[in-house]
Design a protein around this ligand. Structure first.
Ligand code: MRU
Length: 353
């Protein structure tokens, strides 16, 4: 399995996604500040991977804490959570994971006989539990999603919602992996995903590693590919799904969804329950990260545009729920009306790791 991130005795080890596909190198985070930096610089990226990385960051920060009392440790964990929460604003998994760790720390501290050491140990165990749950969720939603795909299909995906974006297996790419494992013949088309090229670099790398036939297209080729009849489904991931079913995902997803509707192609969103944010009513309420103009004006250190030109570089867009054929989660496949289906499945128990 692709080792996206891993808890080790020295710290958290990350596969450096900024260097893929040409170099497979690893970065070791020894402090929670290192983890925050690694999330900000996108050494690790993808909503579920960001969430579990932050959980491990909290566990790492707690382990190194010099607090001698439980209240002091809990106060330090709140500070650590704030630093990690300030890294990237759109993926709700980040805030979900930090809050789960904070709550777990408080519960552990309230246990009879609790000590600073038992809380620290319990937080490491909780982060590892979240890691395993994420893989289990990907496998479960992959199996649900595979059943939606025809026996033979061209499937377009945008950005990277694969093993690299999760703790393993992937969401959109998990659906594709499960479909291939079930004997379906899938031709993957990967949008290159300007400007960070997660599709061309990461999705293509993962799929080639698994021997799944994959073709990279530039983002502006998707319409022609649909018109040529090459696509039978679109499957993408999500950074946050609002209570009404609006989906935040990598910039460009919205355009693909509109095109899919025009061409009568089903548009599926695959995400674990940790990406669903029922506290956010609609897509309009989701904060969209703006990234450095440099990502657009430069490529591989080379300037592409004239000096001082204006740049707009939102990292994500919102796909209105009306374009989403189904949302595939580990709890099952949801259909419109999403306010009702999301609310109904929110009461289901989590899939065990
Ligand atoms: O900016 P990124 O690379 O973190 O954006 C990632 C995406 O948009 C993914 O599609 C999303 O996080 C889902 S990952 C399973």
């Amino acid at each position: 399995m692709i080792p996206t991130l891993e808890w080790t005795s020295e710290g958290v080890r990350f596969l450096d996604q900024t260097r893929l596909p040409l170099e497979e190198t690893y970065v070791l985070a020894k402090t929670y500040q290192d983890v925050a930096d690694i999330i900000t610089t996108m050494v690790v990226r993808g909503a579920p991977a960001i969430g579990v990385s932050a959980a491990m960051g909290v566990a790492l920060g707690a382990r190194h804490s010099t607090a001698t009392s439980l209240p002091a440790l809990l106060a330090e964990i709140r500070v650590i959570g704030k630093v990690l929460a300030a890294t990237r604003p759109t993926a709700v998994n980040l805030f979900w994971a930090i809050e789960r760790m904070r709550r777990h720390a408080a519960e552990l501290a309230a246990e009879p006989g609790a000590t600073v050491a038992t809380v620290k140990q319990g937080l490491i165990a909780e982060a590892e539990r979240m890691y395993n749950e994420d893989i289990a969720a990907c496998r479960a939603l992959g199996a649900y999603g595979a059943d939606l795909l025809p026996q033979k299909a061209g499937v377009l995906t945008h950005c990277n919602a694969g093993a690299l974006a999760t703790c393993g297996y992937g969401t959109a790419l998990g659906v594709i992996r499960a479909a291939v494992e079930s004997g379906r013949k899938i031709d993957v088309y990967a949008d290159e995903t300007r400007p960070f090229l997660q599709g061309a670099r990461l999705t293509a790398w993962e799929m080639m590693k698994d021997g799944i036939p994959t073709t990279v297209i530039c983002d502006n080729m998707a319409a022609s590919l649909m018109r040529a009849g090459k696509l039978q489904a679109i499957v993408v991931g999500a950074d946050r799904i609002a209570a009404n079913g609006d989906v935040a995902n990598k910039i460009g997803t919205y355009g693909v969804a509109v095109l899919a509707k025009e061409h009568g192609i089903p548009f599926y969103v695959a995400a674990p329950w940790s990406t669903i944010d029922l506290a956010t009513k609609t897509g309009a309420d989701i904060p969209i990260e703006q990234r450095s103009p440099n990502e657009v004006t430069h490529h591989a250190g080379k300037q592409l545009t004239p000096n001082h030109v204006g740049v707009w570089n939102p990292a994500f867009d919102i796909t209105p729920a009306k374009y989403v054929t189904a949302i595939i989660t580990e709890r099952g496949v949801l259909r419109a009306p999403y306010p009702e289906s999301l609310e109904r499945l929110s009461h289901e128990a989590a899939v065990p790791a």
